[in-house]
Design a protein around this ligand. Structure first.
Ligand SMILES: O=C[C@H](O)COP(=O)(O)O
Length: 248
């Protein structure tokens, strides 16, 4: 069923072990009413997060999966194991995966296919670097990334997209609501071209230095259906303030 509540999601990146994960949910309490609320803990904390989030209304996703079913891939996590551990979503192609670990568009598409095959709802991240933006290549980059992901994204629209300008991630630089609206409109056009009416089911999130102080303004921008929060998702009080901004 189509769920178009505003989406407030938090990516803990490589922060919060199992104990901190459990404390976070103890402090956050129940969530996920007027907004859809999702947390992506690191893989080792995922079972603790699933347990602690039970009954709170918060959904749990894995930050990355390998494209293969299983095998000799030391240090990697399979989508099936993430699903078995209780994840229901998978973040795919986060900018740190693309730019720190060198993930390509093809790998992102393969990971999307694997996540979907294992029953995980993919949240595909796209976004341009500062150099690409300065060179006037915003449209070209987003177009390339979204088209590649669409080769394996499900035809029924059961996925989310996160627009994260790389220059705004962890830098304190935030895209203006107009910057976000421009990129989101472009992505919405591509989704509609590829999926027709089904595209209306897809939420497009903004990510990049979202904080309690700017969340309401960004959530009010045209075409912004939710946020993907990094640093400000680590403290339950900050994350709660961002949820409140969506539910007001
Ligand atoms: O996944 C989250 C994004 O990378 C944003 O991180 P940030 O809020 O710390 O800038």
């Amino acid at each position: 069923m189509m769920d178009r509540r505003p989406v407030i999601s938090g990516n803990w990146k490589m922060n919060h072990g199992p104990e901190a994960a459990a404390s976070f949910f103890g402090e956050l309490g129940s969530a996920g009413g007027a907004a859809r609320v999702i947390i992506f803990p690191p893989a080792l904390s995922l079972p603790a997060a699933v347990e602690a989030a039970r009954g709170t209304g918060v959904e749990i996703g894995v930050q990355n999966v390998h494209a293969e079913v299983s095998g000799a891939f030391t240090g990697e996590n399979s989508a099936a194991a993430a699903r078995e551990a209780g994840a229901t979503l998978a973040l795919i192609g986060h900018s740190e995966r693309r730019h720190v670990f060198g993930e390509t568009d093809d790998q992102v598409a393969a990971k999307v296919a694997r996540a979907v095959a294992e029953g995980l709802e993919p949240v595909v991240c796209v976004g341009e670097t500062l150099d690409e933006r300065k060179a006037g290549r915003l449209e070209e980059v987003l177009d390339r990334q979204i088209r590649a992901a669409l080769t394996t994204l499900p035809s029924d629209g059961a996925f989310l997209i996160a627009y994260e300008p790389v220059w705004a991630i962890g830098t304190g630089e935030t895209a203006t609501p107009d910057d976000a609206a421009e990129a989101h409109a472009l992505l919405r056009d591509r989704l509609t071209e590829a999926r027709g009416e089904v595209a209306a089911a897809v939420s497009i999130l903004y990510g990049g230095s979202v904080k309690p102080g700017n969340a309401a303004e960004l959530l009010a921008a045209d075409g912004v259906d939710g946020v993907l929060v990094g640093g400000a998702s680590l403290r339950a009080s900050d994350f709660r303030a961002i949820i409140d901004a969506a539910e007001r």
